[in-house]
Design a protein around this ligand. Structure first.
Ligand SMILES: Nc1nc2c(ncn2[C@@H]2O[C@H](COP(=O)(O)OP(=O)(O)OP(=O)(O)O)[C@@H](O)[C@H]2O)c(=O)[nH]1
Length: 408
């Protein structure tokens, strides 16, 4: 059988090429030429601003890039045509997912809930309730990363008045859902945009790969839908792909993206971004930052510097600092909250990737310990897989209960 030599089309080529354009693949050189001339099929309001150098930036913002940021800067020519830009997060660009948010949350948390649920059935179908069974229950809850304090409270609640009785695993799940809801309710707070601040500046921080850029895209989509004029700042100047990823989001959503060449100083970019957002009348400026491990002091210093320099433009900026946490890292998230909180003054949390872990309980442990608002949670890569956080839904989903089952 003859081998198929047709070049595979990239995700973005597939996304942004009309069906009728797909007939004949071009030879590589012809294709490159055609792409040079092709106008991307995007909202005409979308554009990328690459701020003119640093004339107006304060001296501090002109400091050479941090050691870790010293990749050879490559000029970011005019925004690359869509079809040649590699798609860093293809999943995020796909069609809106099927099903309600509740269904996606429940399905997303199914790894966590089934790991707890299986354990509960193993314990509670054997015999009448005794001390050893309660110890086993506590172990399961701790292993699900709910934290020892919450695990103990749930275990005590289950033990109360039930010694020497048969206990239905579903009864235990209902107690679990209700305890989790109680812990989380005071911290399930929407991210309120103060419209008197123009722009309202949101700085997004977190470790590498936690989902910052994707979250910014999802948030920009939500806020734009609500009627805010949103601007994005590609502050992850360390990774060219992150800059491109944000530009793609901006083009797709019709938001201006402030970007600079890879390797540029992020604080200088922050300074210019606020200035541009103000002069363009943006309501909201969402600023991405490079992923940094919380134990790398020099990178954490750089984050402090971004905030200091932002304040030279607007002494109240950033108005919100969102820490994006990847749920799959488990206990390490506690350490991230502590250090990012100290350095960047985190005002609220976003937890992503709850769909990819059996340890979704970590959100409960974090809240119990740090008492920070949880604004959003993510259960997938698609644009609608991020939602404002609701404590009761999370409690039910992690216990593996359906909404009506909690009434039992
Ligand atoms: N399954 C799942 N994947 C997610 C979620 N949120 C983000 N991702 C994926 O996680 C990966 C990393 O996301 P990015 O947004 O690039 O992460 P980042 O924090 O900007 O990364 P750095 O720039 O390296 O610091 C991408 O493949 C995203 O599609 C989520 O809620 N669930």
């Amino acid at each position: 059988m003859a081998e198929d030599t047709t070049p595979k089309r990239s995700f973005l080529q597939r996304l942004f090429t009309r069906k009728e354009d797909q007939a004949e693949p071009l030879a590589p050189e012809t294709e490159a030429k055609a792409l040079e001339n092709a106008a991307p099929e995007v909202d005409s309001a979308a554009r990328t601003i690459e701020p003119q150098a640093l004339e107006q930036a304060p001296p501090e913002a002109q400091a050479p890039p941090d050691e870790a940021m010293q990749n050879t800067p490559q000029p970011l020519a005019a925004p690359a045509p869509f079809a040649v830009t590699p798609p860093p997060a293809p999943g995020a660009m796909e069609e809106a997912p099927q099903g309600s948010w509740w269904t996606r949350l429940r399905d997303g948390l199914s790894r966590s809930s089934s790991s707890i649920g299986t354990g509960l059935v193993d314990i509670f179908t054997k015999r009448k309730l005794d001390e050893a069974m309660l110890e086993d229950l506590e172990d399961i809850l701790i292993r699900a990363d709910l934290g020892t304090a919450v695990a103990q409270r749930i275990t005590e609640a289950v033990g109360k008045g039930r010694y020497n009785w048969d206990v239905d695993p579903r009864e235990v799940k209902t107690i679990l859902a209700s305890e989790v809801e109680q812990v989380l309710t005071p911290y399930a707070k929407p991210l309120v945009i103060d419209t008197t601040k123009k722009p309202f500046v949101i700085l997004v921080v977190g470790v590498n790969g936690s989902g910052k850029t994707t979250t910014i895209g999802k948030l920009a989509a939500q806020f734009s839908r609500e009627g805010h004029k949103v601007m994005l700042a590609a502050g992850d100047t360390f990774r060219a792909a992150a800059i491109e990823q944000l530009q793609i989001w901006g083009q797709r959503l019709g938001c201006t993206v402030i970007a600079r060449p890879q390797g540029s100083d992020a604080s200088g970019l922050a300074f210019d971004a606020i200035k541009t957002a103000r002069s363009e009348g943006a309501d909201l400026l969402l600023m991405d930052t490079a992923g940094r491990l919380q134990n790398r002091a020099e990178l954490m210093d750089e984050l402090e510097k971004i905030i200091r320099v932002m304040r030279k433009q607007d002494e109240e900026a950033p108005h919100a600092v969102l820490l994006v946490l990847d749920a799959t890292v488990g206990q390490n998230a506690l350490n991230q909250v502590e250090i990012f909180g100290r350095v960047a003054g985190v005002t609220g949390l976003v937890m992503t990737k709850l769909d990819g872990t059996a340890r979704g309980g970590i959100l409960v442990a974090i809240t119990e310990k740090f008492k920070l608002p949880i604004h959003f949670i993510g259960v997938g890569e698609k644009v609608d897989d991020l939602e404002p956080f609701a404590a009761s839904d999370f409690g039910l989903a992690i216990a593996g209960l359906d909404k009506d089952e909690s009434q039992h």
